[in-house]
Design a binder for this molecule. Sequence first.
Ligand SMILES: [Zn+2]
Length: 356
Amino acid sequence: MLYIDLKYAMLVQPLLKGAIRKSDYLFNFRCPLCGDSEKSKSKTRGYLYRKQNALFFRCHNCQVGTTLGKFLKMLDQRLYQEYLLERYRPDHQGHPPRKGKAVPTVLFEPLPRPSWTHAESCDRLEWAHPCLNYLRARQIPQAAWSRLWYAKDYKTFVQEVCPQNTLTVRAEPRLVIPYFSPDHEVLAISGRSFSKNAGTLRYVTFRVTPDDSVVLMFGRELVNPTKPVWIVEGPLDSLFLPNAVASGNANLLGCARALDAPTMTLVFDHERRNREIVQAMETAVREGYSLVIWPDTTKGKDLNEMILSGQTSEGILQILLSHTYQGLVARTTLAFWKKIRPLARLHNMFSPTPVS
Ligand SMILES: [Zn+2]
């Protein structure tokens, strides 16, 4: 009866302040029960979410959790009555209301999120916040904003998360990219600068885990290793692909070895002239991994640049799927790809706009 629940979630949505449909079966809004909260108008901690074949309500502020039906009852009696009639109509193969049967306990299983004092999750920032302007300018999908954080003062934030750190950190705003373990434990934090100043370090990363042998992978806690996994360099780039992790550097091989999923494809940045990357690609091929060898027409050096040049996520996925190589074919394609480098340059001299 999921479709009836979904229909009523959509009917109730206009009554909920700040409601956004985050994915097919996930709605986020200001909790109407607690006001969520008196102090801040930007908080949206109420959720309608799917659990098996039904939708449920949960608020992370007042901790109320209940069925969609009971939630509707608290908000709008008329809508609730309609819902009951439709949901439990006997001609539906659903279940009639069973008397005497207790409502099952709602177990909410959201992703555990760190409760940091000096950083705010990007999905909870005011719409006009400069950090969100930055994410919008880079066309980062809104569904991924909850995976990124904002620290107004990165120095204080680093002190909070890694009190053992002795390195100097500048007190400046940064976009926080957290690296988690499969169990959602924070392993590292990376702060990306908003500044275009050449003197500023773009990424300042700190390990939280004392275990140096742990390989950092952005998205590790969300990836399903039984499905095909994409391994990319940039954490922000990984947000454009399904089931992707990011190494945060050119060490995609380290991630692949640590992840050890049955189907993995390494997506190095599109940087033919970068010796380090080309060598890493050659090693990956020698070790038998699948990898993407970008076609000559590719515009942009990474996925985000490709998106900004007008490509869609679906378009990129198509390119990736049709340019994934392995084994002997990968070896010859890569060798050819390296060799045509001077030709490509010559080609660019005569036709500055590549024909696509
Ligand atoms: Zn509430």
